[in-house]
Ligand binder design. Structure first.
Ligand code: FE2
Length: 474
């Protein structure tokens, strides 16, 4: 090949940010091909090679994603939805030994005074008495009953401080005159698991959220650094070894900044069209090594209804994203199983963006008094204990769509991944790894107002073989 042509090819590759290996270059013999054709051939061969690794070492199985159903809804749908929710939590609670002999609430009044009683109900009301005891009103499909939580039982009284409206709990107590004196309160909770599940081979998963592409506060430079790191253009040898084994990236909502999310938001946008925001997101994600599986769910900034469950991104808006072969788009919430192989069941990941978090930061004393927005771990633990992503009806908007409540945490996950509050946190609760993603957006005036303390560009990297987690800062 003539010298001038070689120069042209090298220049073209450099412009595209690709380094051609000398071996590949020396084997080029087709004189008739343009530099552009040679480049395209090179890229497709490179992707083919990466895809081979991708199909060999990793797996993504979407176990639960919500598909929108456009039927009209009426009051009976709400009734069916609440009954479904109650039944699911009741079933979980009935596994508790203490609740083996429950009776329905309507039968409590038939019992003599000072008789032991156990039952399950939804918290309809919560009040403080003049003596500073707590009174709950609990409801099941048969009726309602008042329950007294005595301040002289300090452990129980303390945990009762965190009881929120509409959650479903179990009560063990003693009957009084039209009241039950509680001796024990039971939450559905997750069981104590003795073993932490570990992958048989070395592999890593990364959790991101709240990228906010399109916002003038999007930290593009930092995000590009992250992309460069994943392409091994920066980072030390040890990090490059890790990067080779990263198989999964989760993006837990708010991929774009959206449009019309709060008053005046349009003044903070550099990309003012939804479709273009998603196209830009696809352009950036395309730069990630194609062997990495990317799993994305929506958040409240994405171009969807805000009511949960939020379905998968609309193809009309996010076509470019749907077209990426290594991207899986799921609903919010959803569950995904990753990394299963022969003899290994894989890890179950529960994805929930976290729109309900704001409510619990302001309404749950133990969260509010222990760091609030800085403690996503406390909020996540609170929700796991209640086996519901938004136990109080007003904590999020919801669509009563099926005979099943998709916000119930029915399956125990290995990972509970969230975002929304723009501050990364990683913690363990009964062998469930709880991860809240950071963000890629500088603090906005709106966040200032609502009391968020964002810490952008933190990336938790989970070693699936050891379950160790490192947080990298970009
Ligand atoms: Fe959000």
């Amino acid at each position: 090949m003539e010298k001038e042509k070689k120069k042209q090819i090298l220049k073209f590759f450099m412009q595209k940010g690709e380094l051609l290996s000398p071996e590949y270059f020396n084997n080029l013999d087709d004189k008739d091909k343009t530099p552009e054709q040679i480049y395209e051939e090179y890229i497709s061969k490179k992707q083919e090679k990466e895809t081979q690794i991708y199909t060999k070492n990793s797996s993504v199985n979407i176990t639960s994603t919500y598909k929108e159903d456009y039927k009209k809804r009426d009051i009976t749908d709400f009734v069916a939805y609440f009954n479904a929710r109650y039944k699911s939590i009741e079933n979980i609670l009935m596994n508790r030994q203490e609740l083996a002999n429950i009776i329905s609430i309507s039968r409590i009044k038939d019992k003599p005074e000072k008789d032991s009683v156990a039952f399950i109900g939804i918290v309809k009301e919560k009040q403080q008495t003049a003596n500073n005891n707590t009174i709950l009103e609990l409801e099941d499909p048969t009726g309602t009953v008042k329950v007294l939580i005595n301040k002289n039982k300090p452990d129980m009284f303390d945990s009762a401080k965190d009881i929120v409206l509409d959650e479903t709990i179990g009560i063990v107590g003693v009957t009084g005159n039209n009241i039950v004196f509680a001796n024990n309160i039971l939450w559905p909770d997750v069981p104590i698991q003795s073993e932490l599940k570990k992958s048989p081979d070395e592999s890593y998963a990364i959790f991101l959220s709240d990228v906010h592409i399109g916002s003038n506060n999007f930290l593009e430079k930092k995000f590009n650094n992250f992309i460069h790191w994943l392409n091994k253009e920066i980072g030390d040898e040890n990090q490059k070894k890790i990067v080779n084994n990263i198989s999964y990236i989760f993006i837990v909502g708010d991929l774009i900044d959206g449009l019309g999310i709060y008053p005046g938001q349009e003044d903070e946008l550099v990309i003012k069209e939804i479709k273009q925001q998603y196209s830009e997101a696809a352009r950036l994600l395309k730069k990630l090594p194609s062997h990495i599986n990317i799993i994305i769910c929506p958040g409240n900034h994405d171009a969807l209804r805000i009511a949960e469950p939020q379905p998968e991104f609309y193809k009309d808006f996010a076509e470019d994203l749907w077209n990426l072969p290594n991207v899986s788009i799921v609903s919010n919430p959803s569950t995904v199983n990753i990394h299963s192989s022969e003899g290994f069941p894989g890890f179950d990941v529960l994805l929930y963006h976290g729109y309900s978090f704001d409510h619990y930061v302001s309404n749950v004393e133990s969260i509010r008094n222990n760091g609030g927005y800085d403690r996503a771990d406390l909020i996540m633990k609170f929700l796991l204990q209640r086996r519901h992503l938004a136990p109080t009806h007003t904590s999020t908007l919801y669509i009563p769509d099926s005979t099943r409540d998709p916000l119930v945490i029915d399956k125990i996950p290995d990972f509970f991944a969230t975002g929304h509050i723009h501050k990364c946190s990683v913690a363990d609760y009964r062998n469930i790894t709880m991860i809240c993603g950071s963000c890629w957006q500088a603090k906005t005036p709106f966040q200032e107002k609502v009391g968020h303390h964002p810490e952008p560009a933190r990336v938790p990297i989970v070693n699936l073989q050891t379950r160790e987690i490192k947080i990298m800062k970009f």
